[in-house]
Design a protein around this ligand. Structure first.
Ligand code: HEM
Ligand SMILES: Nc1nc2c(c(=O)[nH]1)N[C@H]1C(S)=C(S)[C@@H](COP(=O)(O)O)O[C@H]1N2
Ligand SMILES: [Mo]
Length: 423
């Protein structure tokens, strides 16, 4: 073992520099793919590309283990060289905490079906926090690092100088500098540039970070607040049942991320109706007023997205799916229930057996409020025992069909088996 470590440590300086470059490229890849994964904007355009980006991100993430573990073998020696450089020691610690934190939380997110929603929620919070704090730190570090290395007095790893000009590798790390003895005459300019870069990063990333923090901690709103944020104009408003306002669940915990693969559609009474058709004895269409007369139920359930976030204790008020099926009279040739979104793009389906689950609800209210357009209102599907990609937003049609139907995200690589892990 000792001899092997000695072999690994041979050519120490060069290895460290190469390690640093590999690490920088991997982090850049992860940052880009990771930001594509959060970006709501990208969902509209990406579709199945998102699933590939996700795989690229996970593979890149696992590959990040290689430089991190490799560094551990060089760490003792590197640490000694840094003995009189507390700034660089601090930097090494920060970067290691970031990398290990990203890897651990990333693996938990990847294995979310095994670890369950509660662990996945914390992993996602940590993963996001590290991204919002760590990425600016690393960008700052890599933008200022080149200049830093140019000051030969501050360089830790001395390279034999064989060339006239400064040579940087692809990550911008200085591999060789022209003269190890000439001090840089631009110290003040460098300081100025560094502050400018720091301020620039803070200004450009700060507001997004604050918004993220806010949305991780807050929830809900009053009827007026929800109504003000609602792009739909359905008249009249539904009147919540007693158990819905105040909500028997006590109010949802967590915040929905607005997910959509299309621009958010808006509805009013003239362009909205709700239909059940296909292999049923009594196909039917309701306009909004008629729809509001259907008997509603109230139910409390948790809502889990397969990317790691959840909203707990939602009080949903709406019509149980099984009531629709019973009233319509499902024909014996039907095997599947297909759900359509008013965005005219998103669909999903359940087997007839699954569709009998008593807690599936065609929801009209959430925590005693109307469901605003961005969260799938006026009417959305809620299937508590499955991941939320099954819960079609802007639901406006239920069709009974004989053949299988593969839903939007399932066509694009999400698992057909959407069951949550049994608690
Ligand atoms: C430089 C390091 C990394 C950065 C900057 C980064 C960034 C991100 C970001 C921004 C997201 C989106 C989170 C959200 O939706 O709020 C994400 C998701 C994710 N990351 Fe990372 N990540 C990094 C490393 C890793 C590693 C090492 C793994 C481990 C395999 C990993 C696995 C995942 C997984 C599984 C997801 C969830 C994907 C989904 O939304 O379906 N990440 N990452
Ligand atoms: N029409 C439609 N329904 C949809 C989606 C969508 O993009 N379009 N996304 C699904 C996914 S993946 C999730 S996690 C939830 C998100 O619901 P929210 O936007 O109300 O948070 O809606 C589901 N239903
Ligand atoms: Mo989702």
């Amino acid at each position: 073992m000792g001899r092997w470590i000695a072999a690994v440590q041979k050519g120490f300086g060069k290895k460290l520099i190469r390690l640093h470059a590999w690490n920088a490229w991997l982090v850049a890849l992860l940052a880009v793919t990771g930001l594509v994964l959060v970006g709501g904007f990208w969902r509209e355009i990406l579709g199945e590309v998102r699933v590939w980006v996700r795989w690229l991100h996970i593979i890149g993430g696992l590959a990040l283990l290689v430089p991190v573990v490799y560094y551990l073998f060089l760490a003792a020696k590197h640490w000694k060289r840094l003995s009189d450089k507390p700034g660089q020691k601090f930097n090494v610690i920060v970067v290691m905490v970031l990398l290990v934190g990203w890897i651990v939380s990333g693996i938990l997110l990847w294995l979310l079906r095994q670890v369950g929603p509660a662990v996945a929620n914390s992993a996602l919070f940590v993963h996001d926090l590290l991204t919002w704090v760590g990425l600016p730190y690393i960008i700052y570090h890599s933008l200022t690092r080149t200049a830093w290395l140019k000051d030969p007095k501050k360089r830790t790893i001395k390279q034999p100088v064989t060339v006239e000009k400064t040579i940087t590798d692809k990550s911008g790390t200085v591999v060789a500098a022209s003269s190890p003895t000439a001090p840089s005459p631009f110290y003040t300019r460098r300081t100025f540039l560094r502050s400018a870069i720091g301020v620039g990063l803070a200004v450009s990333i700060g507001p997004t970070f604050v918004r993220w923090l806010g949305s991780s901690l807050t929830s809900g709103g009053t009827w007026e607040q929800v109504a003000a944020s609602n792009g739909n104009k359905m008249i009249p408003d539904p009147t919540p049942l007693k158990s819905s306002a105040p909500p028997i669940g006590g109010g949802a915990q967590g915040e929905f991320r607005v997910y959509t693969v299309t621009p958010i559609p808006n509805f009013d009474n003239s362009n909205w109706d709700f239909k059940i058709d296909g292999l049923v004895d009594k196909p039917q269409t309701w306009n909004w007023e008629q729809f509001l007369k259907l008997k509603r139920d109230v139910q409390v359930s948790d809502f889990h997205c397969v990317t790691g976030w959840s909203v707990y204790k939602n009080t949903w008020e709406g019509i149980p799916l099984s009531d629709f099926l019973k009233a319509a009279g499902v024909q014996s040739s039907a095997t599947m229930v297909k759900f359509y979104s008013g965005d005219n793009v998103y669909t999903d389906s359940l087997t007839l057996d699954q569709a009998q689950m008593k807690d599936i609800i065609v929801a009209v209210l959430h925590d005693g409020n109307i469901i605003p357009a961005d969260l799938g209102g006026p009417v959305r599907l809620v299937i508590p025992q499955m991941y939320a990609y099954k819960s079609v937003k802007w639901l406006n049609r239920i069709e009974l069909i004989a053949e299988d139907h593969v839903g939007y995200w399932e066509q694009r690589g999400y698992d057909k088996d959407a069951w949550l892990p049994k608690a």
